[in-house]
Structure formats: structure tokens, C-alpha cells
Design a protein around this ligand. Structure first.
Ligand code: SAM
Length: 281
């Protein structure tokens, strides 16, 4: 049994991973990919990478085998209240604008999508900001935060809502006291916060599921487009555009850009950050 990944097999594996998830494994990461997948290959009892490739190509992306591949190749780095300028723009400008629009509606409802939410720090941050901004009246707005990720392990961890150390660095003490309770070495989110969020696995490559997301007031899709090639970025951002109601907002990572990706958005400048808006109908 050999777990060496040949150049041709590396190419085939890279292509397969990109086709199934959009994730581009850089050309110079052969050894790293080999290291990440060798034990998976062994767990599956595959003879070598040729047999492993064969197995992967016949498995559905939604099955446990591909879930394990996605878990191993994705980067889950995240933390609470990431990017101060975006946090401020959301609380001080975007949320008031959303409530202004929703106020006119008979049935008020704030719909937020945290797309590629990793282990949950982003959607919980949004839930905290909503609760802080809307106070006792938060329930009257029927806020729903949909939080999705390709990595089912990350989603499971997000649903637990238990955090320690660095992830919480940006959370001010009064917010920590109000929205978490101490548990063991760390902090667990309150059930009120948890109740604002629906978690579910969702792969951006699943066009049918992506097309099913509609009427969002705001979508956060941060620090994930960088892992995709230009064609997949276009495909994902087109879905996100369609998922927004006219006038809805899109927030991407501060090092990401929509230039050459999608021309349909208006770009709004806030101190230290740019936020995109689907034009009003
Ligand atoms: C670096 S984290 C970003 C987390 C959070 N949005 C933030 O900015 O802190 C990137 C996440 O994108 C997810 N991801 C990668 N490819 C994906 C895909 N095709 N569909 C959905 N999520 C994906 C990864 O599993 C990972 O959790």
C-alpha cells in the first residue's frame, strides 16, 4: 500500500475538489494535501490514491465521505465581532436601514444569512448585535438568521455554541455577561441567542439549495470567496444577489472584492469598509 500522491493524481484530486466545492487547492500544496488526506484514505481502506480517487468520484457530495474531505481541506478560521468597521456599519447604518424598510410592512421580519458561518461566531455575533440594537423589542421583528456551511463538523460545533479563548477576545464584558453563561473552561451562548439562528449544512456548489434562499435583507459571505476561482465566485455571488430582496445588502471579507465578479451591486462606502447593495427594483 502506498499513500504517495503522484503529480497526475494530485491534479485529478484538485480538479475533483474544485468541482465538488469550488475550493481551489493551490498548485504548490501537493505534500500538504497528501498529508491531509492520507489518513482518510487509510480509514476508508483504499489501497492507494488511485483507488481513493476512484471512490471519491463515485460518492455523492452530500455523503459522509465527501463531508470528511471538505472538513480536511477547508479553513475554518473565525472569531466573534470580526472586523470592527463592518460590525459598526451593520449596527449603526445597515440595521437601522433594514428596520426602516421593514417598519412599513404589515408583517415585520428581518432575514439574515450567514453563508459559510464556520463554527458559528459570525451568526452569534449578528444575533448579539440584533439583540443589543433592538433590545426588548427584538421579538417583534421576527429576526431569522440562517447560518450555513459546507463543513458539517463546523455546523455541529456552531449548534453547541460553546467558545473559549481567542474566539471571544472582541466581545465586550457586558455582552459576555448578557449573552453567554460560564460553562467549564469557556462560555456557552444563551438559549435566547441560539433561538434566533437556524443552522444547516449547505455547499455553495449545490445550485438547487442556493436558488432556494430568497428575500434576505442582508447576506454575510465573508472570507470564503478567496478560496474559489473566478468562475465559482461568479456563480456564488449570482446566487447571493438572487437571494437578496431588492435593496438588500451583501457583506464580503475586507480583503475580498466584487470587481470582475458581479456588476449588479451598488457599492456603499462606510468608514473603513465597503458594503454592497442590490439595487431597489
Ligand atoms: C475562513 S471561514 C469564514 C468564516 C466566517 N464567514 C468569517 O468570516 O469569520 C471559511 C468557511 O467557508 C466554508 N466553505 C468553504 N467552501 C465552501 C462551500 N463550497 N460552501 C459553503 N461553505 C464553504 C468553510 O468550511 C469555512 O468554514
Amino acid at each position: 500500500m502506498t499513500t504517495e500522491l503522484s503529480t497526475d493524481q494530485f491534479e485529478a484530486l484538485r480538479q475533483l475538489i474544485t468541482r465538488r466545492s469550488g475550493i481551489v487547492v493551490p498548485e504548490n500544496k501537493r505534500t500538504s494535501l497528501e498529508g491531509k488526506l492520507a489518513s482518510h484514505l487509510a480509514e476508508l481502506g483504499a489501497r492507494d490514491f488511485a483507488a481513493y480517487l476512484q471512490r471519491l468520484s463515485t460518492e455523492p457530495s452530500t455523503g459522509t465521505i465527501w463531508q470528511e474531505v471538505f472538513r480536511r481541506v477547508s479553513t475554518n478560521e473565525t472569531f466573534f465581532l470580526r472586523n470592527a468597521a463592518q460590525v459598526k456599519a451593520f449596527s449603526e447604518h445597515i440595521l437601522p436601514e433594514i428596520t426602516r424598510v421593514q417598519e412599513k410592512r404589515l408583517f415585520k421580519r428581518i432575514k439574515i444569512w450567514s453563508a459559510a458561518c464556520s463554527t458559528g461566531e459570525e451568526p452569534y455575533s449578528l444575533a448579539i448585535q440584533l439583540s443589543e440594537a433592538l433590545g426588548d423589542k427584538v421579538g417583534e421583528w421576527n429576526p431569522r438568521i440562517l447560518a450555513t456551511d459546507i463543513d458539517t463538523d463546523a455546523i455541529r460545533s456552531a449548534m453547541r455554541g460553546h467558545y473559549t479563548g481567542r474566539a471571544l477576545t472582541n466581545v465586550p464584558r457586558p455582552w459576555l455577561n448578557r449573552h453567554f453563561h460560564v460553562e467549564g473552561e469557556g462560555y456557552t451562548v444563551t438559549s435566547q441567542l441560539r433561538g434566533l439562528i437556524s443552522f444547516k449544512p449547505l455547499n455553495f456548489a449545490d445550485d438547487k439549495e442556493m436558488a432556494g434562499q430568497i428575500n434576505m435583507d442582508i447576506v454575510f459571505c465573508r472570507n470564503v470567496l478567496i478560496y474559489f476561482d473566478i468562475d465559482f465566485r461568479k456563480r456564488v455571488v449570482t446566487h447571493l444577489y438572487n437571494a437578496l430582496r431588492p435593496g438588500g445588502f451583501l457583506v464580503i471579507g475586507h480583503s475580498e472584492s466584487l470587481r470582475g465578479v458581479h456588476e449588479g451591486f451598488n457599492c456603499i462606502r462606510f468608514p473603513g469598509t465597503l458594503i454592497y447593495q442590490r439595487p431597489e427594483a
